[in-house]
Write a protein that binds this ligand. Structure first.
Ligand code: SAH
Length: 366
């Protein structure tokens, strides 16, 4: 069954656009219908605050990597993060996503900020700050954290090792399992087209998302950043960008119940329309940038990031019109997970502590 699925995905990904026009449209329609049937017509907004560009890690693809001396580093104060979250709630957003590079020195402070946001607002709180110990995740959960985003970048463990000198794929997946056991809604995902990917990697990545029963899945094309070791590399699908959308559609088909965002990187490769296309091909979440203006251009994971010179108000207005133009409506509830795995409570530690369920990373794709 798994092999059959893998073959199906590989075939869909490797078929060139010209050779399969009607089939391609059918794939997109199928993903869109499934999104509508499982997730409805609501688009959930998750306001993102990129609160620090400081990072202790040296991931080869990321502009925030510690050895990029050209990156401008900033860290917002607790008061500033809280004030931004309060503003975000005023614009009718129901979730705040706190994202930053990896810097373990402020874990306690971050817990305090979560606590204050939960006391002063009705926002759901998502964190995205990398690998941590179970004790730290538990502490943040106790402070009120609802969800966690931690992408695994690639399911190819050898490629992962080459690109992420600071941790292994297994450690990253362990973090996801710990979060799940704590009852946190778990999000992960991958980049598409990293140099060194095999033709089978996209299929393995999609199937790993499914095996992990993720509540949220964020994916996007790899975009080379000039001040990184991959600065001179190209996305391996740069001559066939349709692969990025096919991957998203297949991701929906293999993960019908996941919240899937229209990620910013799609607008970086197709300004003004990339995210709209993903909303029509399987995505159901949008993440407007709420980082204060003065920090925007310093949080450069990759070049061409959209909205860098737009105010949060501009971003909010743009989002509303984009979603209305698609005939969809904006979610007014927090948009928590509706994955059957989460709803049935099997994500909770008391019922599913079984280590045997752990998904092992695949080495070389078979
Ligand atoms: N420190 C946090 C947040 C990282 S930034 C963490 O490790 O989870 C969020 C995501 O941006 C990363 O997980 C990665 O998938 C993506 N990203 C980083 N560099 C990128 C690049 N050059 N092109 C496309 N996506 C990139």
């Amino acid at each position: 069954m798994k092999n059959l699925n893998r073959q199906k995905i590989i075939k869909a990904i490797t078929c060139k656009l010209a050779a399969q026009g009607p089939e391609l449209n059918e794939l997109y329609s199928k993903a869109n219908r499934l999104r509508q049937r499982c997730m409805g017509d609501t688009v959930y907004l998750r306001g993102i605050i990129e609160f620090s560009s400081c990072c202790a890690n040296d991931c080869c693809y990321c502009g925030l990597r510690s050895s990029n001396s050209k990156a401008r580093r900033y860290s917002m104060s607790g008061a500033e993060i809280l004030a931004t979250a309060l503003e975000l709630e005023k614009s009718s957003l129901t979730t705040v996503v706190l994202q930053a590079g990896e810097s373990p020195h402020g874990d306690e402070k971050l817990g305090e900020i979560i606590r204050q946001i939960k006391q002063k607002t009705n926002l759901a709180v998502t964190l995205s700050v990398g690998n941590r110990s179970r004790a730290v995740y538990q502490y943040w959960k106790d402070c009120g954290m609802d969800r966690y985003l931690l992408r695994y970048a690639t399911s190819d463990k050898n490629l992962f090792k080459q690109l992420n000198p600071d941790c292994s794929l297994e450690e990253r997946l362990d973090c996801l399992h710990m979060l799940r056991e704590l009852g946190v809604q778990v999000g992960s995902g991958f980049m598409i087209g990293l140099p060194g990917e095999k033709p089978t990697t996209v299929a393995e990545n999609i199937l790993l998302c499914r095996a992990l029963k993720l509540d949220m899945i964020g994916i996007g094309p790899f975009i080379p950043h000039p001040d990184t070791p991959l600065g001179n590399s190209q996305n391996i699908y740069s001559d066939d960008p349709e692969v990025f959308y096919k991957t998203l559609a297949l991701l929906r088909i293999f993960n019908p119940w996941a919240h899937i965002p229209a990620t910013t990187a799609y607008d970086a490769i197709a300004p003004g329309i990339g995210r709209n296309l993903t909303l029509q091909r399987g995505a159901n979440v949008f993440m407007p940038n709420n980082t204060p203006m003065r920090y925007r251009d310093a949080y450069l994971l990759y070049p061409g990031k959209p909205c860098v010179d737009e105010t949060p108000q501009d971003c909010a207005a743009c989002v509303v019109s984009r979603i209305a133009a698609l005939g969809r409506k904006i979610g007014t509830d927090p948009g928590h997970s509706i994955h059957p795995h989460f709803l049935s409570g099997t994500a909770m530690p008391s019922e599913s502590p079984n280590k045997q369920e752990k998904i092992q990373p695949r080495g070389d794709a078979k």
